[in-house]
Write a protein that binds this ligand. Structure first.
Ligand code: ADP
Ligand code: MG
Length: 355
């Protein structure tokens, strides 16, 4: 067979590159929302209100009461790699905040209509700005793209509309809005449990009641009760474990042997970021299998602080899985502690029934 002639190599247009990159970071509405929640928490907010329409595809809006954004920063807010959280590559190893590379808002602005209303406590008014493809744009043709002064409370409101409007293939991939809304509630529920001192509400546009409503005050157990119900909240045990050798500090609320569910609920936070780890999930399930009836699964909330230099934070954002040094040893420590806690509850019970 004759060889085909080589095709010429051409560079993709910049806007195509940006759209592709954005679509890799934001695969579903819940991924955009996670970035927005983390930004709001980073800004020191004690109140987060989330509004969702059509599973987040039509509207995602998050209103916080955090420190706000300086008006002077608005022109570069949605440019790629603009951040207030990282200055040098070395900072990556000691980064304490959620965001670390200034890509989230830029990405969202390439695949949705994004607008921001923000006010710092020094400012006498709020400022509203609209963005497309990383840049300020006017809301209507003929108007200026400059941020406009308006009335508003301190804090920030980010509005994301028509997600994937310019990525028809991605938009078509969504089967149902309620499925996307369920993912959103799951995520908001995780942060609502974890972020003590912060109130959360999440509801569908036009609904009177909240899908999730957690007040700022209230213990972790209260927060778990609000989100997951009293059946699990009344069967929790707490343990804390610290280990200097592996640089970890763990605080956990886990269901005891009286509770069992069809599926494992693992709320895992590593350095205050909601993450997934199949390795941890597998070991936790294995540990519980000795305590629960066949087919029964636990509820486990784990907040794990690991010395930042031991966590690979520079993994690509599409990797929802997290990895850290000495994973096996750390998982063993946590699972030993789960086993101890469950064993302790068992013996205290049998002791009580005997006496
Ligand atoms: P990163 O979080 O990695 O810095 P983002 O694109 O998520 O990147 O945000 C860019 C910058 O915008 C942040 O560094 C922060 O300064 C500012 N910002 C974003 N959201 C908020 C918010 N809700 N309140 C205050 N500042 C915010
Ligand atoms: Mg961010």
């Amino acid at each position: 067979l004759p060889l085909p002639a080589p095709r010429r190599i051409k560079a993709l247009a910049q806007d195509v590159v940006n759209k592709i990159a954005a679509g890799e970071i934001i695969v579903a509405p819940v991924h955009a929302l996670k970035e927005l929640i983390e930004n709001a928490v980073d800004a020191g907010s004690t109140s987060l209100e989330i509004l969702v329409k059509d599973g987040g595809l039509k509207l995602l809006q998050i209103t916080d009461n955090g420190h706000g954004i300086d008006k002077e920063d608005l022109p570069i807010l949605c440019e790629r790699f603009t951040t207030s959280k990282l200055k040098a590559f070395e900072d990556l190893s000691s980064i304490g905040t959620y965001g670390f590379r200034g890509e989230a808002l830029a990405s969202i602005s390439h695949i949705a209509h994004l607008s921001v209303t923000t006010r710092t406590k020094e400012s006498s008014c709020a400022w509203r700005a609209h963005y497309a493809d990383g840049k300020l744009v006017s809301q209507k043709p003929g108007q200026t793209a400059e941020p406009k002064p308006i009335a508003g409370r301190p804090g920030t409101q980010i509005t994301v509309e028509d997600l994937f409007y310019n990525v028809p293939s991605r938009r078509r991939a969504f089967r149902s809005a309620s499925e996307e809304y369920a993912k959103i509630l799951d995520l908001v529920g995780r942060y609502a449990v974890h972020c003590s001192g912060v109130s959360f509400s999440c509801k569908k546009y036009g609904d009177a009641g909240s899908g999730i409503s957690v007040p700022a005050a209230g213990s972790i157990v209260d927060r778990i009760r609000q989100v997951h119900g009293s059946a699990v909240a009344s069967e929790l045990v707490n343990f804390k474990v610290e280990n200097d050798r592996w640089g970890i500090n763990c605080d956990a609320w886990i269901s005891n042997a009286n509770y069992s569910s069809k599926r494992t609920s693992l709320l895992l936070f590593i350095n205050h970021r909601s993450v997934e780890s199949q390795a941890i999930k597998k070991s936790v399930e294995q540990t519980y299998s000795a305590f629960l009836p066949k087919g029964g699964h636990p509820f486990v909330y784990l907040s794990l602080d690991i010395e930042p230099q031991r966590v690979d934070v520079n993994v690509h954002p599409t990797k929802r899985e997290v990895h850290f040094l000495n994973e096996d040893e750390i998982i063993d420590i946590v699972c030993d502690e789960i086993r101890n806690s469950l064993g302790r509850v068992d013996t205290s019970r049998s002791f009580m029934t005997q006496s």
